[in-house]
Design a binder for this molecule. Structure first.
Ligand SMILES: Cc1ncc(C[n+]2csc(CCOP(=O)(O)OP(=O)(O)O)c2C)c(N)n1
Ligand SMILES: CC(=O)[C@@H](O)[C@H](O)COP(=O)(O)O
Ligand SMILES: [Mg+2]
Length: 629
């Protein structure tokens, strides 16, 4: 059967379609998204929830002249399909394929690149200011979820936009969910608007009245209908947004294309900044995703018929699950431990902690900066807060880590999950910068475990130090080593000697230690004697060990799952330079000075020559002074 979607190569064709056709198209788009994400994995539930909203936007506005900014951008799949990327959609999130987020270099329809949340209103305001300076007359629309609205930057932007009074449309897509259940007073406020008695009651009364008077003249009926319509704009004030200088419109059913179009057309004619509050259902149109939108927020490949996630066959636990268990155990004894998440209880492994110790668990919403300073406050009063953040999102809180925690030497533990390459989420999400942006902060101890058992020991060590500590560990499974029941406290700044080589020594950190152990065996086959030191600490470095190495071997190879610039290898070079060990030759392996693309972790490690085989080959070439291809 001919599909409408097959004929939609750009938003222009959408404008020719009837309402019936648009609704049929919505179904076809859902089918394509479900089929593709079942194969590739991706952000299924967020995109399924905005099909009608996206269709309405593209039929009312003229993108790319009019600008759409998708907050986080994980809901932009429909927009991608409608803007010339339908055929390439099968490549989404694969290496070399479409990005899972809006990307300016991918399409002129992607007005602004996103991935981290709560930036859309700021970017939209910048575009609106630029438009007015250039005397253009295009529209600017930001689409932001109720979860992303909890981020501080969104409030900063509302504050500024409300003051400037530029024409700007903000669509608040309220599905009552962040990844997990949305939290906070704003979320409560939005619920009160969803059930606002004024609008619903008056609408109901009017409908009742219309039905009661069968003889009512047609013209009067029309007036009453129009009145009923305009109630949408009048009766639910959305005081919070109104007070900030926005005109509030809503709440509107975001799955009703006709209504959405009507409201958007109206918003075009209004003055100043407008906030349209739409209600949608996350995962709409695919029952498993509607019922468990958290599980289908960002999902791996799954079976469409049953909704079951296709599990990788491994019994190695993830670092996250080990972190979760160990923290629960430590908190049993240590009643001062308070765990904090910024809207990611499931992803960081803190959900169970929250169920067991609800009084000592805080979900602050998407508010990494606030999370860190709340922790600082807790620490001032004798608590031992731990904040579990993804490495990439901790970037948001650099100043709070430096100024609020480290400067005051407060005992806050940072558990940085998803460090290193994360995979298909790509450059917006790889956690490859943390050594570089944290290493220079005084008073901070930074550790990275070589396996899940060491993660356990590092956690116990971190709480015993009573100073600021970062532990960073990768996405995915550990090595499958035994996680021992007893805890071993690790002396600060002490590395671990795994093996000794007389030709070359690997100085490795975190997840790269195991790769070096394998590389040592490969080098042995080439008659090269190599050994491995597990650095464990990026800061303070084990300087005594570095001194011994410099005196005993001519070649050192540092290896890290981080950018080379300012990372672990740089720290080793600095230490050698300070001690004037100028004869030691150092090869630094890590990521070059570019943003790392999306792709499977194993493929990216291959591409950046960080697999055991590549490490061995590069080391061999280095010590034999030959070119490596
Ligand atoms: C700064 C930052 N912190 C955390 C995240 C992880 N994250 C991605 S989407 C999301 C929830 C967003 O909820 P909402 O905006 O309501 O969109 P929905 O998924 O409900 O459509 C979170 C916490 C992020 N992308 N950026
Ligand atoms: C869009 C976003 O930021 C999150 O949904 C992220 O993709 C989650 O990553 P994990 O799959 O590693 O939890
Ligand atoms: Mg939401």
């Amino acid at each position: 059967m001919n599909k409408i979607l097959d004929k939609v190569d750009s938003p222009k064709q959408l404008k020719q379609l009837s309402l019936i056709q648009l609704n049929k198209l919505a179904g076809e788009i859902r089918e394509l998204i479900i089929r593709t994400i079942a194969e590739n994995g991706g952000h299924l539930a967020p995109s399924l929830g905005v099909v009608e909203l996206t269709l309405a936007l593209h039929t009312v506005f003229d993108c790319p002249e009019d600008k759409f900014i998708w907050d986080v951008g994980h809901q932009s799949y429909v927009h991608k399909i409608l803007t010339g990327r339908r055929d390439a959609f099968s490549t989404i999130r694969t290496q070399g394929g479409l990005s899972g987020f809006p990307k300016r270099s991918e399409s002129p329809y992607d007005s602004f690149g996103t991935g981290h949340s709560s930036t859309s209103i700021s970017a939209a305001l910048g575009m609106a200011i630029a438009r007015d300076l250039s005397k253009k007359n295009n529209y600017v629309v930001a689409v932001i979820g109720d979860g992303s609205m909890t981020g501080g930057q969104a409030f900063e932007a509302l504050n500024h936009a409300g003051d400037l009074g530029k024409h700007l449309i903000v669509i608040l897509n309220d599905n009552e969910m962040s990844i997990d259940k949305n939290v906070g007073a704003l979320s409560e406020y939005l619920s009160t608007m969803r059930t606002a008695p004024t609008y619903n009651k008056v609408k109901h009364d009017l409908e009742f009245l219309l039905k009661k008077i069968p003889t009512i003249g047609e013209s009067v009926a029309k007036v009453v209908e129009r009145l009923k319509d305009s109630l949408r704009f009048l009766l639910v004030p959305g005081e919070l947004f109104e007070e900030l200088g926005f005109k509030y419109v809503g709440p509107i059913d975001g799955h009703n294309i006709e209504l959405m179009r009507e409201v958007l057309e109206k918003a075009k004619t209004m003055q100043g900044p407008i906030l349209i509050h739409t209600l949608t259902r996350k995962g709409k149109g695919y029952l498993p995703a509607e019922c468990e939108s958290d599980k289908f927020h960002g999902v791996g490949p799954f079976c469409i018929e049953t909704g079951e996630i296709i599990k990788k066959t491994t019994n190695k636990p993830t670092y996250t699950s080990v972190f979760s268990k160990v923290l629960i155990e430590l908190a049993k004894e240590n009643k001062n431990i308070v765990a904090i998440t910024a809207a990611m209880p499931e992803g960081t492994g803190l959900k169970k902690f929250g169920e067991i110790y609800p009084d000592r668990f805080l979900d602050v919403g998407i508010a990494e900066q606030h999370a860190v300073t709340v922790a600082a406050g807790l620490a001032c009063e004798g608590k031992q807060p731990i904040i579990a953040l993804y490495s990439t999102f901790a970037q948001r809180a650099y100043d709070q880590i430096l100024h609020d925690v480290c400067l005051q030497k407060l005992p806050v533990v940072f558990a940085l999950d998803r460090a290193g390459i994360v995979g298909e989420d790509g450059p917006t999400h790889h956690g490859v910068f943390d050594y570089s942006y944290l290493r220079h902060i005084p008073n901070l101890t930074i550790m990275a475990p070589k396996d899940e058992n060491e993660l356990k020991d590092m956690l116990a060590t971190a709480f015993s130090l009573r100073t600021p500590v970062v532990i960073r560990y990768p996405r995915g499974n550990g090595l499958g080593v035994e996680v021992k029941t007893e805890y071993q406290h690790i002396p600060v700044g002490m590395s671990e000697e795994i093996s000794i080589g007389s030709d070359v020594m690997f100085l490795a950190v975190g997840a790269m230690v195991d790769s070096c152990v394998e590389a040592v065996n490969l080098l042995k086959e080439k008659n090269v004697s190599a050994g491995v030191i597990n650095a464990r600490f990026i800061k303070p470095l084990d300087e005594r060990m570095i001194e011994v190495l410099a005196k005993t071997v001519k070649y050192i190879v540092t290896i890290e799952d981080n950018m080379l610039a300012g990372g672990f290898g740089s720290a080793v070079l600095e230490a050698l330079n300070e001690r004037e060990f100028c004869d030691t030759k150092v090869l630094r392996l890590g990521y070059p000075d570019k943003f790392i693309e999306q792709g499977k972790r194993e493929n990216l490690l291959e591409l950046y020559k960080l697999t055991p085989a590549h490490i061995a080959a590069r080391t061999y070439a280095f010590i034999r002074n030959i070119e490596v291809r």
